[in-house]
Design a protein around this ligand. Structure first.
Ligand SMILES: [Zn+2]
Length: 428
């Protein structure tokens, strides 16, 4: 592998600019909205048709019985693999094919893929059909230039990342698709920017907390026990004890933005007493003391805290209330958990992509970690594969917004970095 190889692959990718644009537009025009999970089969067939023409073997995998999977909305995934001329490592590019709802405020057709001033517009342009298209162009350019590469290249298009990834990467990982014996390097082209490598993400713990009371007539509340007042005590104790404790903790992970380097918790919802009536209901509320109040918490924890300490801290505060506050009782139900993931900075895929960024952009990469999470969690925990990063074109802050777009120049740069990484990993 020489510097000439690098110049040649860069100009080859520049020559595919129109193909890259058309591919991104066509992907945007398949409206893979999640929820409910529409057109997954269509996008998998589109991808496999294209990649089979380039010598890949493609497998469509339905995540039977995963959350959301039904005959109406089947969770289809596509895995493409192309063997090289001799044995070696396998490099896998994983992109989710689903996009979030459109929302209000668009001035362009969200599924039109309009090209204007070097930007392609549409829902999923940035998150992450532009990244998927860049990885396909990178792999195709590499294969054309080096048909005798060693190892293997895989490209997957997976479902449901926006709703947890259980019908997508988690399912494939359970089926062995991310076994370290099969795949050695994973790049997820999420929109982190062409000069940034995302090493991992924080953890998350979602739970519903319910306080209990006793129903009675509202004119004699002393004959009942108000679950909403008990919940107020929960919120007080969070304000006085939990939030200050969390604010004092900072992670060494390079989480962006800065505010997310702390431990955080959102109170997602609160419901107490009588259910809300439809907007056209004209009656008055009945006079009742509420016997139940529920909140949903969204606790994002640091890798240094861990899931056990995170849970114990909250349960401890609730148990203190149970001991000290007359009549207090509660139930806690876990909704979901995500374990933090952090790939080492000296892992082979990190060092390779870092060097490729230096070659292509002439600058050192920034290393970041995600404030939320993405499919790396499943590759790490279920697949037990630690050599995984997110690297791809686009601005994360554009994700899920109206008039979402991706810059063509950004996609070309990222495709060059990905192709350069393939040269480093698959050429002897
Ligand atoms: Zn995404």
């Amino acid at each position: 592998m020489s510097n000439n190889d690098f110049q040649a692959i860069s100009s080859r990718i520049d020559g595919k600019r129109d193909d890259l644009i058309a591919l991104t537009q066509e992907l945007i025009r398949i409206p893979t909205l999640n929820p409910p999970g529409e057109n997954y089969r269509d996008i998998c067939e589109y991808l496999s048709k294209r990649l089979e023409n380039k010598g890949f073997s493609c497998t469509l995998v339905r995540a039977f019985e995963a959350p959301g999977d039904s005959d109406r909305y089947p969770r289809w995934n596509m895995v493409a693999r192309r063997e090289g001329a001799s044995s070696g490592d396998c490099v896998h590019f994983n992109s989710h094919t689903d996009v979030v709802e459109v929302g209000h405020g668009w001035t362009r057709d969200p599924f039109g893929g309009a090209l204007e001033d070097g930007r392609i517009y549409g829902r999923g342009a940035c998150d992450m059909k532009g990244g998927l298209a860049s990885s396909i162009i990178a792999a195709e350019a590499f294969i054309e230039a080096h048909p005798d590469y060693r190892g293997a290249i895989e490209i997957s298009g997976t479902a449901d990342e926006e709703s947890g990834g259980y019908g997508g990467v988690a399912y494939l990982a359970e089926q062995g698709y991310f076994d370290p014996k099969r795949v050695q390097h994973v790049i997820i082209p999420e929109p982190l920017g062409h000069d940034r490598i995302c090493l991992g993400h924080r953890g998350g713990w979602w739970a519903e907390i319910e306080t209990k009371g006793e129903i009675a007539h509202g004119c004699m509340p002393f004959l009942g026990d108000c679950a909403v007042r008990h919940m107020a005590a929960v919120l007080d104790t969070f304000e006085e004890k939990l939030y200050p404790a969390m604010a004092a903790r900072w992670t060494d992970m390079p989480v962006i933005p800065d505010g997310a380097r702390q431990s955080t918790m959102n109170i997602n919802s609160i419901h107490g007493g009588q259910p809300e009536q439809p907007a056209d209901y004209t009656g008055l509320p009945a006079h009742c003391v509420p016997d139940s109040c529920r909140i949903v918490i969204d606790r994002r924890f640091l890798i240094e805290e861990g899931i056990d300490a995170t849970q114990t801290e909250i349960v401890g505060l609730l148990d203190d209330l149970k001991t000290n506050r007359p009549g207090f009782d509660y139930e806690l139900r876990e909704i979901n958990r995500v374990i933090p993931s952090m790939t080492a900075k000296d892992a082979p895929v990190v060092e390779t992509v870092s060097a490729a960024i230096r070659d292509v952009l002439g600058q050192d990469p920034d290393y970041v970690a995600s404030p939320g999470s993405y499919d790396q969690k499943h590759i790490d925990r279920i697949g037990t594969l630690k050599n995984c990063i997110a690297y791809g074109p686009g601005d994360l802050e554009m994700a899920h917004k109206p008039d979402e777009f991706i810059e063509v120049g950004d996609m070309l740069d990222s495709a060059k970095v990905m192709a350069r990484s393939l040269q480093k990993l698959l050429l002897s």
